[in-house]
Design a binder for this molecule. Structure first.
Ligand SMILES: NC(=O)C1=CN([C@@H]2O[C@H](COP(=O)(O)OP(=O)(O)OC[C@H]3O[C@@H](n4cnc5c(N)ncnc54)[C@H](O)[C@@H]3O)[C@@H](O)[C@H]2O)C=CC1
Ligand SMILES: C[N+](C)(C)CCCC(=O)O
Ligand code: NA
Length: 505
């Protein structure tokens, strides 16, 4: 299914329905993390380009062909995008793998998810037409009231590299469904497929300015978007430090933001599970899928002591079986991490854990058979205590740390012992116990007897330092709407608050 020699398209910024060279004409190299080779380059936008894109977005909102569309009309564009993504699926999936290092299997699944997410938001756009104007009954004769749901305006969408086109879609699809005009700023580490989304929009005839795509560096292209006075909302997925910068910039304009930040999510395994191997596989998938570069990765395994040694033995057997290779190779299950910076960062986390006294039960190094590329072995760390960095900080790489527990109280305390609050998983046969954990977990996402399956009908986001606001589902669309109440006085009688002047006054 991989198209080997797929050419890397050379693109410009996608602004106002056209390819446009950045004002400062700068470009950023594209690096393939599996080979460390430069494959091409992407345009680097700056504040000047952001200004041009914001004006194009404002014009789109003022123009009938986008600003006055019904949800049903916008749904047609979203469905056309979905169809094109499927048509170009193998090309897009290959480009995604070349750029980000994710396995072809995962890139292909992402492209299916991208298409399905556009389709789902097309349904939401259609449904919006009947909810656009909602009467509110006050049980009063003298007033008629209703609530309008309108597009909020210009939406700035700043996205990460771990699921480049999918994370962009989680924001682009609902923003367009809502009728906003959007400016997407993908990560400079993996932008190819987001630029190809621009080509798709051009091909299907999306009205100019409805979606603009500005690749570039965070401080140069993302920051001016977050602090632009005419960008009405920012939706961000990425790291905590950048989330704080974005919220700070947006605060100067009282601009609403939604932040989907990192995590250090727990997976608890109880000894009442029927099948050890099933729990082992979910544990692996929860931490090593996408080479661990998942904000919701369940990277803290909290294991009931009575099954700990048996479970860890099976975990080792399964881990050794994971095929690590070039992500385009058949059956590859673990590719490189995205960049040299990420590679150094992951190895540093591992050496810090060792220095703090933890045991590297497995992995911790570059796989011997791969001499080039940013590869790290899947790594399992034991003898961890709760003051260690590896317990507290998000690694964003294939690194699992393990602690054991004896009682339920201990398990929940360990699970919630995090500044983050994105996701939690519990593996147990006991229904009441699962309900107790569902209630006690301080996170926005709960997985029971699994880890990571994600459906675009359900809200996605966290609490605590993992951020606030939700992507996906109807919640993912609401943040792009302005809720406008309309109150009409319908009585012929005077209001009679003031004393009416007499006839001869
Ligand atoms: N929660 C998540 O989904 C993600 C978490 N991370 C974590 O963050 C670490 C750093 O990775 P980065 O790629 O540097 O993440 P980042 O959070 O800095 O980047 C995410 C996006 O924000 C943009 N950005 C950066 N600085 C900005 C600024 N000042 N204003 C506006 N936009 C800005 C970036 O260009 C990118 O598009 C990773 O090692 C990982 O631990 C990274 C990506 C996704
Ligand atoms: C759920 N999954 C793995 C498809 C995507 C997680 C997105 C993220 O890392 O923010
Ligand atoms: Na790349």
């Amino acid at each position: 299914m991989a198209i080997r020699n797929v050419p890397i398209p050379s693109r410009q910024l996608y602004i106002d329905g056209e390819w446009r060279e950045p004002v400062k004409k700068k470009r950023i190299p594209i690096i393939n993390p599996a080979t460390e080779e430069i494959m091409g380059d992407i345009p680097a936008a700056t504040g000047e380009d952001v200004d041009i894109a914001v004006e194009a977005a404002q014009r789109a909102l003022a123009r009938g062909d986008w600003g006055s569309t019904t949800g049903a009309q916008r749904a047609k564009y979203l469905r056309a995008i979905a169809a094109k993504v499927l048509e170009k699926k193998s090309e897009l999936a290959t480009l995604e793998s070349l750029d980000s290092g994710k396995t072809l299997l995962e890139s292909a699944a992402d492209m299916d998810d991208v298409a399905a997410c556009f389709e789902y938001n097309a349904d939401l756009a259609e449904a919006l037409d009947s909810k656009r104007k909602t009467p509110v009954n006050l049980h009063l004769d003298s007033f008629k009231t209703y609530v309008l749901r309108e597009p909020l305006g210009v939406a700035g969408l700043i996205t990460p590299w771990n699921y480049p086109l999918l994370m962009a879609t989680w924001k682009v699809a609902p923003a367009l469904a809502a009728g906003c005009a959007a400016i997407l700023k993908p990560s400079e580490l993996a932008s190819i497929t987001c630029l190809e989304l621009g080509e798709i929009c051009r091909e299907i005839g999306l009205p100019p300015g409805a979606l603009n795509i500005l690749t570039g560096l965070g401080p140069e292209a993302g920051a001016p978007l977050a602090s632009h006075p005419h960008v009405d909302t920012i939706s961000f997925t990425g790291s905590v430090p950048t989330g704080i910068k974005i919220m700070t910039a947006a605060a100067q304009f009282v601009k609403p933001v939604t932040l989907e930040l990192g995590g250090k999510s727990p997976i608890i395994v109880f000894d009442d599970i029927d099948n050890l191997d099933i729990a082992v596989e979910w544990t692996l998938f929860g931490c090593f899928a996408n080479t661990g570069q998942v904000c919701s990765a369940t990277s803290r395994l909290i294991l009931q002591e009575s099954i700990a040694s048996e479970f860890l033995n099976r975990l080792l057997v399964w881990t050794k079986n994971i095929k690590i290779s070039d992500p385009l190779e058949e059956d590859c299950k673990l590719g490189p991490v995205v960049s040299s910076g990420q590679y150094e960062k992951v190895l540093k986390f591992i050496s810090n854990a060792k220095n703090e006294g933890a045991t590297i039960l497995y992995g911790g190094e570059r796989p011997q058979h791969l001499k080039k590329g940013y590869y790290v072995q899947p790594t399992i760390i034991t003898d961890v205590n709760t003051s260690m960095e590896i317990w507290k900080e998000e690694v964003f790489g294939p690194v699992l740390c393990v602690k054991t527990f004896k009682t339920e109280e201990e398990a929940i305390e360990l699970a919630n012992d995090s500044k983050y609050g994105l996701a939690s998983a519990v593996m147990s046969k006991n229904v009441e116990r699962r309900e107790r954990f569902t209630k006690a977990f301080q996170t926005g996402i709960i997985w029971i007897n699994c880890s990571q399956p994600t459906f675009h009908q359900l809200p996605w986001g966290g609490k605590k330092r993992s951020g606030f606001g939700r992507d996906l589902g109807e919640w993912g669309l609401e943040k792009y709407l302005n809720i406008k109440q309309v109150t009409e006085y319908t009585s012929d009688e005077p209001w009679a608050f003031y004393k009416a002047p007499s006839k001869n006054q």
